[in-house]
Design a protein around this ligand. Sequence first.
Ligand SMILES: [Zn+2]
Ligand SMILES: [Zn+2]
Length: 633
Amino acid sequence: MREYPKGTSSMQIALSISEGLARNVLSAKVNGEVWDASRPIENDATVQLLTWNDTDGKAVFWHSSAHLMAEALEALYPGTKFGIGPALENGFYYDVDFGGKEFSQENFKAIEDKMLELAKQKNDYQREAISKEKAIAYFKEKGDEYKLDLLEGLEDGKITFYKQGNFTDLCRGPHIPNTGFVKAVKLLNVAGAYWRGDEKNKMLTRIYGITFPKAKELEEYLHMLEEAKKRDHRKLGKELELFAFSEKVGMGLPLWLPKGAMLRERLESFLKRAQVKAGYQPVVTPHIGSKQLYVTSGHWEKYGADSFQAIKTPNEGEEFMLKPMNCPHHCEIYKTRPRSYKELPLRLAEFGTVYRYEQSGELHGLTRVRGFTQDDAHIFCRPDQVKEEFCKVIDLVLFVFKSLGFENYTAQISLPDPNKKEKYIGEAAQWEEASNAIIEAAAEKGLKTVTELGEAAFYGPKLDFMVKDAIGRSWQLGTIQVDYQLPNRFELEYIGADNQKHRPVMIHRAPFGSMERFIAVLIEHCAGNFPLWLSPDQIAILPISEKFHDYAEKIQNELMAIDIRGLLDSRDEKIGRKIRDAEVRKIPYMLIVGEKEQEENKVSVRKHGQGDLGSISLNEFISLFNKEISTSM
Ligand SMILES: [Zn+2]
Ligand SMILES: [Zn+2]
């Protein structure tokens, strides 16, 4: 709690704390809204200073960089017209109309140089409130029909311009203090984009770029992009023969090939074992459900128009939906008989396949698909059990992360926006109880957390896990959500100790999120070098020539009998070629057998990425193998 005179800006607050802090302040969150750091605060407010370390801080930085790029474009290509220039998760773009002038990546260097030159001038981003009439007059004179089009939808009295150097843009902001914060620039891509996304409109040129406050960060980012290309799960999925897509089957519907299916099954049984230990009970429900089920759940009303359309039967009026979520089915399982408080929590788990219609342009490998399997479970519990259940789910999620080598994660606690209570259903007391339960559970488990107000679902607060992969990218994986809505809609009840009817709380949770997305992230995280226990092929047996096939087969059978999986490369190829191929397929161990090995009843072992481990007996290899598995799980 600090006191300042009316009209003090966030930047002045930062300065009053320390100059070092002020140098890093990009903008500020004032009562939950992101503002220019220079904007005067007129009333009591909660103020959060935003730096490069905040997602919102980065967004302001990148959006301001879009203005900087526009300024450079206007200087280099006079007469350029501008559409919109938003920040992205990484970087920014601006849609521009060069009026028919040729434009390609060859022009990038000149624009980057110009941007850096303008950045050095440290021009302030100046906010100016302007009347609609004056704003229209400005862009009429400039001849920018896109800004005029945007202005049409804006309300007089709420329009602002932002000006830096010689460039003025129609924008609601906010922006960083001045262009000097931008120290490194890279334009990344150029593509066509219809104005307002409508193909009836003119095609504009979309230029993508990214900027940083330090040159070193740009270098690191470019290195990461290179690495990401090598690790792209779509590329590795093909090379390792894990999954494929077929136009005939349909877009966004992955086909799991034998090796991918094996990987998936291993992951499933790993989690199933952990879940049984944690008191979950498996259930199985169909892939479709009557439309009425989704009318009750509310999905029909909220998503019906944008999802796969109803399946009709020969009976008039009979309609089914492809299952978009497993929860409604599980609610009906809960309702199959009366429940007592003594049997709660009831934990119903299902690897349930769901179908959601995504626009074809949104589809991406395994991370955005139209059919996917959730490692879903629903916990039905009493309100006083929410915290303990949360703790248990956190334990499970962390066990999964540890077993799969995700060591760097944070948890986001998503709470309701205290100023928009009308957005949320359920009683205030319940919300508070559940929010506290999540906060306490996360603290008890020692999680590194960030709290976001206003990010809760309308039906309850939640906890999301953000995982950093081996090359520093963040992915949202596991999620745990409290839900007050579905128990109401399905009128779920239990008989309490007081012999009265009560409503249970429902917790949705999925440690992986979905099998498809999780495997995509896992592939990119470990670059296809799966932990030994998970590898589809754990070993490759490579006979030096046909003479040793019998011995190789004997070894394969012995290993298969104790559940060590692998292939026997019986092709008539040179051993060097067989080794290379096994390396490309990232098979963890190669067992090479020739005359000497057969005579001594041994195998020559090569480890992927490490090379020759020498010749040992099969039993020695098995204990080496088992040791590696037991230390990684
Ligand atoms: Zn702007
Ligand atoms: Zn659910």
